[in-house]
Write a protein that binds this ligand. Structure first.
Ligand code: MRU
Length: 366
């Protein structure tokens, strides 16, 4: 059994309802592992927007705590308190549009206060918000473990596994999603070799996945995104494993830009393409992937990698942060409820749709 070493906590709430959120500023990794404090909802909005905290489950957890911060100084009047809550949900939800975990976590946290409306004074509702945010974080830890243990069976001893972006401890409240599968397979004694794509333009693979896997003692080789086809042609890769930011009810999956190209390559080379994601990443209100909002980010991320100019002034850019992989290219999706295979509406509903969260009611965003 391989011993895995723990990196520092990705995010942590300190104190009671009047406390604050502390998180690793992931924009500084791997050069510095610096913790920053978020003491207002604006701090959390900025941290999510600028990818100081990123990865679908982690931004959901951060946003839930952001809602706690937003309501720390809200007025005592109940009507005004709930109006402020609604505004804070809308504000935090606007930080990034693609990962559905963000709005899912905000709605769930806000619903915890809604359930107590009229029963306790607004001054006590902060405790309910914090309890729900903490529950979301703790459940995510369990969810990651379940995904890891379920998915580990998909990987065989000696495999080369290609992964994209960062889907590990830095992206969740626990072990991760796709990386949890790798951690659990290695812990179960399987020898794997991970190929991490650098993940242009923001290099989550190079800066974060390589850092995280090295920290954990997992064998990892960093490659440029454009090398994936060559690796497959050379027989170095036996499976591709990624995370997800939003999965439509037919299994179409939005994930970090470049994922779709990897799925096409995997199909061409006859390799399995696996997706790992919690149920909170499924958006069953969408029938297909074309309905998923795709975040477009500043072209400066392309022209100035790591802040250094690498393209001529004035060049046009196009910088979608995510793409959609059609369900037909996905061999299986691993979630905490089980493995969805084949990936189609019927099997998504059967596995991801079962046992919805009992407290998963929603608050309209207005
Ligand atoms: O822009 P990012 O870094 O937030 O993108 C993250 C991804 O695309 C991950 O693959 C996804 O959120 C799953 S994280 C468990």
């Amino acid at each position: 059994m391989t011993t895995l070493h723990q990196p520092p906590a990705t995010l942590a709430w300190h104190g009671g309802p009047s406390g604050y959120l502390e998180l690793i500023d992931q924009t500084l990794l791997p050069r510095q592992c610096r913790l920053i404090q978020c003491r207002t909802a604006d701090d959390v909005h900025e941290a999510i927007r600028s990818l100081r905290v990123r990865g679908a489950p982690a931004i959901g957890i951060a946003a839930a705590y952001g809602l706690c911060l937003a309501m720390q100084h809200a007025e005592d009047d109940e009507e005004r308190w709930f109006a402020a809550l609604k505004r804070a949900v809308a504000h935090l939800a606007s930080a990034r549009p693609t990962a559905v975990n963000l709005i899912w976590a905000l709605r769930r946290t806000a619903a915890a206060a809604q359930r107590l409306r009229g029963q306790v004074p607004p001054t006590q509702l902060g405790e309910a918000l914090l309890a729900e945010a903490r529950a979301i974080e703790q459940e995510d830890r369990q969810t990651c473990l379940a995904i890891g243990q379920l998915g580990a069976g998909l990987l065989c001893d000696g495999m080369g596994v290609l992964t994209h972006c960062n889907t590990g401890r830095l992206a969740t409240g626990g072990l991760g999603t796709a990386l949890a599968i790798i951690y659990c397979a290695v812990q179960a004694g399987k020898q794997l070799h991970v190929y991490a794509t650098e993940t242009r333009p923001l290099l989550q693979g190079a800066r974060l996945t390589a850092w995280e896997l090295l920290h954990s003692g997992i064998s990892v080789t960093l490659v440029c995104d454009s090398m994936a086809g060559h690796l497959m042609q050379q027989g170095r890769v036996q499976a591709v494993l990624t995370g997800a930011d939003r999965i439509a009810s037919n299994g179409d999956t939005a994930n970090k830009i470049g994922t779709y190209a990897l799925a096409v390559l995997a199909r061409h080379h006859g390799l399995p393409f696996y997706v790992a994601a919690p149920v909170s990443t499924f958006d069953l209100s969408l029938s297909e992937g074309t309905q998923i909002p795709i975040e477009e980010r500043s072209g400066r991320e392309i022209t100035h990698p790591c802040g250094v100019q690498a393209a001529p002034d004035g060049v046009q850019t196009y910088n979608p942060a995510f793409d959609v992989t059609p369900a037909a290219l996905i061999t299986a999706i691993v979630c905490e409820h089980g493995i969805i295979r084949p990936v189609d509406s019927q099997h998504v509903a059967l596995v991801a749709g079962k046992a919805p969260h009992p407290r998963g009611s929603t608050v309209p965003l207005g």
